[in-house]
Design a protein around this ligand. Structure first.
Ligand code: 13P
Ligand code: ZN
Ligand code: NA
Length: 281
């Protein structure tokens, strides 16, 4: 069923595991993610960034996810990832997204609080949970680019939670979007400190390229949602490249898209296992 991310993240917090959140760009990736979640009996979050929304449109992703979620035996949430403006969040809410992120992490704290709070107030009547971000995730995701990772300051996170009423919080603990050029310096002690101070579930961005043990340690210290994007894009494209290089005369999108889809499904199943989320639905 298509549900909000609220209960799945609260259950994850209680059970000390994380829900995998996977970025999808097209129908095949949506199919792959939901099929993987079903095989693993896991709740799952599918998410689209602003550039993905520009590519396919909110309604198209909503209808793809909804059609499959309604038949799925596991809870599925559709989340706006790194929502870049109040207006885009409003559009996603209106389209039927069941989970929304407003990313004000580049703003001064006061402005981040004010913007996040406005989005929370807009989404509350519909019962749609809002993820905010404080501290910086490094690397490039869509339109946001940070040279280095910024570590969340615990006192700021406490204020951010109290003054926005958000449902989950993306925190900066040393991860970066994309694949890592140098080994990331994760502060898992900071994860533990934040988890002790805050009551909302914590979100880890930038998981592509992290070792399984690093992801597991972050979850052990209190992360409840882990975002995977770049790895899925790589897996999908690798499938397509393989078919087209093995058989350059292929022209049926179902043939190369099919292998891309298979690759994404296998990757997502693996990541669900790392998150400790299999069997939780
Ligand atoms: P990666 O691309 O490093 O997996 O980051 C994913 C992410 O944080 C999406 O919001
Ligand atoms: Zn992210
Ligand atoms: Na990454």
């Amino acid at each position: 069923a298509l549900v909000t991310s609220k209960q799945m993240l609260l259950s994850a917090k209680k059970g000390n595991y994380a829900v995998g959140a996977f970025n999808a760009e097209n129908m095949e990736m949506v199919q792959a993610i939901i099929a993987a979640a079903e095989e693993m009996h896991a709740p799952v979050i599918i998410q689209t960034t602003p550039s993905t929304v520009r590519y396919g449109g909110l309604e198209l992703y909503l209808s793809n996810v909804k059609a499959l979620a309604e038949k799925a035996g596991v809870p599925v949430a559709l989340h706006l990832d790194h929502g870049s403006s109040f207006e885009l969040c409003a559009q996603a809410l209106r389209a039927g997204y069941t989970s929304i992120m407003i990313d004000g992490s580049q703003l001064p704290l006061e402005e981040n609080i004010a913007l996040t709070r406005r989005v929370v107030e807009m989404c509350a009547p519909a019962g749609v949970p809002v993820e905010g971000e404080i501290g910086r995730v490094g690397g490039k995701e869509d339109d946001t680019q940070s040279e280095e990772s910024g570590y969340t300051i615990p006192s700021e996170a406490v204020r951010f939670e109290a003054e926005t009423g958000l449902s989950s919080m993306a925190v900066g603990v040393g991860t970066a979007h994309g694949v890592y050029k140098t080994t990331p310096v994760l502060n898992t002690q900071l994860v533990a400190e934040l988890a002790a101070l805050l009551s909302v579930p914590l979100v880890l961005h930038g998981a592509s390229g992290l070792s399984d043990s690093a992801v597991r340690e972050c979850i052990r210290q209190g992360i409840c949602k882990v975002n995977f994007a770049t790895e899925l894009r790589i897996a999908y494209s690798a499938g397509i490249k393989k078919v087209l290089s093995d058989r350059p005369d292929t022209f049926d999108p179902k043939v190369y898209g099919g292998l891309g889809r298979e690759n994404v499904k296998n990757l997502v199943k693996d990541r669900i296992t790392v998150c400790g989320c299999s069997g939780r639905a």
